[in-house]
Design a protein around this ligand. Structure first.
Ligand SMILES: N[C@H](CCC[C@H](N)C(=O)O)C(=O)O
Length: 263
């Protein structure tokens, strides 16, 4: 089968996107997705997304990690899929799409950045030296003094495969508070990629929520990652976090075709 694909990236978190509005790619296997994401033998990406038609939304988002398994919400992926929809002529002031964690609102801003509304977060578990929360995907968030020097693969892999998380997996984020109260640096080991990615949208969101500086009301956090800068805005209302918006660049890198065997 010859497959047409589109390669996008959002702060270095990169994706293969397939236009599946005619349902031609619905039967891709785990091995085929893993091959497409392979950085030596395939196209290379942290994940793969299908843009599906949907009767009640502008589109449906299906997300697969590089290991080929369907996964939970991808924040950078959602932003890139909105940019892709815009590029192929699905033009909206405000996009409404459906993903595995429910409906999302998004917009392509005048400066080319894409803002994605994340689902509310109503619980953050504090475990003494780290936090556990779900921002559409499960995240472990730990504060570190110098994330640039950290062996993220080694430290992240150890936590992700520890007895508590071995079965379901978890994304591991290391956060450094920078001088400005509203600025952090985040590095992430991603489940299903099983390596550090240049940024992780749901991870950046999780790290920003635990780094709030206004106890109640509006917060804006600038998040630096290896792949560039994102921002997270939200309202902290008691123990809940609402109106969470993840904003940052989302760009097309290239498009192409590839022969896909029945692997
Ligand atoms: N690897 C994650 C999904 C993708 C998350 C990340 N790419 C993002 O931008 O949120 C997981 O299996 O939970």
């Amino acid at each position: 089968m010859k497959l047409t694909f589109y390669k996008y990236q959002g702060t270095g978190n990169d994706f293969v996107i397939l236009d599946n509005r005619n349902n031609g790619y619905a039967s891709l296997t785990k091995n085929q997705i893993n091959f497409l994401c392979d950085r030596r033998f395939g196209i290379g990406a942290d994940g793969l997304m299908l843009l599906n038609s949907h009767p009640s939304y502008d589109f449906e988002m299906k997300y697969y990690n590089a290991d080929g398994g369907e996964s939970t919400m991808c924040g950078n992926g959602g932003r890139c899929l909105v940019k892709f929809a815009n590029d192929i002529g699905i033009l909206k002031e405000s996009y409404h799409f459906i993903a595995i964690d429910g409906e999302h609102e998004a917009s392509v801003d005048l400066d080319g950045t894409v803002s994605l509304k994340m689902n509310d977060v109503n619980e953050i578990q504090y475990k003494g030296d780290h936090f556990i929360l779900n921002t559409g995907s499960p995240h472990y968030v730990q504060s570190k003094s110098d994330v640039q020097q950290l062996d993220v693969y080694k430290e992240g892999h150890k936590i992700r495969y520890s007895p508590s998380f071995e079965k379901e997996g978890i994304n591991v984020n290391f956060v450094e508070q920078l001088e400005a109260a509203d600025k952090i640096f985040v590095r992430t080991y991603e489940r299903g990629v099983e390596d550090e990615t240049y940024s992780c949208g749901t991870g950046v969101t999780a790290a920003a929520l635990v780094s709030y500086h206004n106890e109640n009301g509006f917060n804006h956090v600038d998040v630096l990652t290896k792949g560039g800068q994102l921002s997270v805005e939200f309202d902290k209302i008691g123990d809940s976090f609402k109106n969470i918006w993840l904003t940052g660049p989302a760009e097309k890198v290239f498009e192409g075709t590839i022969a896909l065997n029945t692997v």
